[in-house]
Design a protein around this ligand. Structure first.
Ligand SMILES: Cc1cn([C@H]2C[C@H](O)[C@@H](COP(=O)(O)OP(=O)(O)OP(=O)(O)O)O2)c(=O)[nH]c1=O
Length: 197
């Protein structure tokens, strides 16, 4: 018998992760899931009246949209979204170094929220949920920000940083909530909801 409780529960299921994020893939592998990755591009826009948590749920749903008609009897589709929110404004992925520098300078010395949402979709079930973690950054010097931007790749990351990287080690003094929510997926909620299938 398979000993991993999640894998055991889902042994007859076909799990599809619809995400191009290497972090989400890594997180699911570490959970012990067997799954395939399939990406179908969507344009990530959202109605401007939505609050940041609503945006996160909206985008996770949007990413599931292109798969909905094709889901087979045993398929479970996983999509997610991660949003960085500073003083109630959403910081997306930086388009260039200048924008990345500006984002990190704004995050420096302050606390912000990271919201990660998940949409789980099968032929007849839908679970959507989100989690919020508070992240407190130390004051970052120009030297530290420049070093991070020289040696790491912040451009595919919301807010221009990866908590799992050097900047997270030296720059984050405290988090309130799940580390994995910041990295891209609230694993405790993912586990809880996947066990419902
Ligand atoms: C804040 C933060 C974000 N991130 C990453 C997680 C997500 O990959 C990314 C946020 O962008 P998303 O749009 O949520 O995801 P994505 O475009 O990478 O992948 P897909 O839409 O195909 O699922 O930022 C980190 O790796 N570490 C962090 O500390």
């Amino acid at each position: 018998m398979e000993v991993n409780p999640l894998k055991n529960r889902l042994k007859d299921k076909n799990i599809i992760l619809a995400s191009g994020s290497p972090r989400r893939k890594q997180i699911l592998e570490e959970l012990g899931l067997s799954f395939s990755v399939e990406i179908r591009k969507v344009i990530e826009t959202y109605p401007s009246h939505l609050t940041p948590p609503e945006v996160a749920i909206y985008l996770a749903n949007l990413k599931a949209e292109p798969f909905k008609k094709d889901l087979g009897e045993n398929d479970i589709l996983i999509t997610g979204d991660t949003i960085v929110c500073l003083e109630n404004k959403i910081l997306g992925k930086p388009k260039d170094r200048e924008e990345a520098f500006e984002m990190l300078s704004r995050l420096s010395g302050k606390e912000h929220q990271v919201i990660s949402s998940v949409c789980l979709k099968s032929k007849d079930k839908l679970f959507e949920f989100k989690d919020i973690t508070l992240v407190h950054f130390n004051k970052l010097s120009k030297f530290e920000i420049d070093y991070y931007l020289d040696y790491y790749q912040p451009y595919d990351k919301a807010g221009a940083y990866g908590i799992q990287e050097w900047i997270g080690q030296i720059g984050i003094k405290k988090i309130e909530g799940s580390f994995y929510t910041v990295m891209g997926m609230p694993t405790h909620l993912l586990y809880e909801n996947l066990m419902k299938f």
